[in-house]
Design a protein around this ligand. Sequence first.
Ligand code: ZN
Length: 114
Amino acid sequence: MCGVSNNRCQKKLKDCQACDICKLLDDSYTTPTFAVADLQCAGKPSWGCSGVTTAGKGQLDFDRRFCDDPALLDKFANTLIHESAHHCKAIGGGNITEGGGECSAKSIADECTK
Ligand SMILES: [Zn+2]
């Protein structure tokens, strides 16, 4: 995906004025990331959750089941892109939320992993 500017995932990110999520997924952007058993996000069971620490730094949590079940690999990829899209704003990109219709985090992640 990274380095190819015209694939459908990068096109979707660009059309949504999100960001190049490759910058969030490489080793230079260090975000505290935790594997959490029975993860909840905003009070609801969730595969991934993006938040901000009290120090104002981004934080990612993923459900621990991704660590144990290889059958969840596609779901993990989708969740990784979904949560990364939420962090675009931190690197100067758009504010990608759950809302936003065609430019929601879900819509972006689904386009990137279909
Ligand atoms: Zn989300």
